[in-house]
Structure formats: structure tokens, C-alpha cells
Write a new protein. Structure first.
Length: 162
């Protein structure tokens, strides 16, 4: 998807797409409903860092690793300390929660940054960690694999401490 098409696709998930565009221009983020256009898998930071590498490597490394491994759009909420992988609508029905990773569907909302917000900042803690090429979604199987890897590494680290 082109940036324009991606913006239209995201804004179209809201009953008033023009309101979404206004919020992006004025605030840099808009709250969108989940479940009709896309679902979102909430991934705790700790789980993501365990899966892709040490947090000490920095946000840029983590964001790059997510882009490579998930090949789709991922939002980072640095305030809430979660990543959100956008997956096809309906994924929630088949998702198995594990290691704190939960799939959000109908009835929930997500703060979605404007497409030009790619870095964490004190005034915009919600940003695109990865926009990804076409298609517009992360593959749920890739997200599930990331969760399994992160959970296994966290379990190994916990055992090593004991």
C-alpha cells in the first residue's frame, strides 16, 4: 500500500474518516475502533525485547527487527510499554493468548499514530515501529512465532536466575 492508501484504509475503519485525519494533523494520533478493518495483537515490551534482542540495543534495532520478522504494521506505545501488531480482522477468534500477548477485536479501540510519526518522543510516545510493505497486515502466524520465541527466552532467563 502507498502511504496515502494506508492512511485511507486506517481512517476508513472509523465512522468519520475526516475526523481521524484532523486528529492526526492536530495531535499526531487518532483513536480507531478495532475489529472491522483490523485486529491488533498487544505485545508487552518485555516479550518483544526477549524475542528480538536485548533492549540495550535500542528502539531502532527493535523496530527494524519487527519490520523484518513481522513484515507488516506495528505500533509502539512507549507510554503503555506495549507494541501492537495489526492483523486481519477476525484473528481474535483463533488467537490463543500467551505470555501476556492478547489479540484485541470488536469493542476495543487503539491509538493509531499519523503515518509520518516514526520515532518515540515525549510529545508523541505512540509511533509506528514498522509500517511494512504490502500486504497491510502482519501475518498472525509470524506474530504467534514471535510470542513463542519471546516467551521461551523469558522462561530461560527466569530459570537461569533460580
Amino acid at each position: 500500500m502507498t502511504r496515502r492508501t494506508m492512511a485511507d484504509w486506517l481512517a476508513g475503519s472509523h465512522a468519520r474518516p475526516e475526523q481521524v485525519r484532523t486528529e492526526w494533523r492536530e495531535r499526531g494520533v487518532a483513536v480507531l475502533p478495532i475489529g472491522s478493518t483490523f485486529d491488533a495483537v498487544r505485545l508487552p515490551e518485555q516479550l518483544v525485547h526477549a524475542a528480538v534482542g536485548d533492549r540495550a540495543l535500542g528502539r531502532a534495532y527493535t523496530d527494524f527487527a519487527l519490520e523484518v520478522h513481522l513484515d507488516g504494521p506495528v505500533i509502539h506505545d512507549g507510554h503503555g510499554r506495549n507494541y501492537y501488531a495489526l492483523v486481519p480482522a477476525g484473528t481474535v477468534s483463533a488467537w490463543r493468548p500467551a505470555a501476556g500477548a492478547e489479540c484485541l477485536g470488536l469493542g476495543t479501540h487503539l491509538g493509531v499514530p499519523a503515518l509520518d510519526v516514526h520515532e518515540y518522543g515525549p510529545t508523541h510516545p505512540v509511533y509506528w515501529a514498522a509500517v511494512g510493505p504490502q500486504p497491510a497486515y502482519c501475518d498472525p502466524a509470524s506474530v504467534a512465532l514471535l510470542v513463542r520465541i519471546g516467551a521461551a527466552r523469558l522462561a530461560e532467563a527466569a530459570e537461569a536466575v533460580q
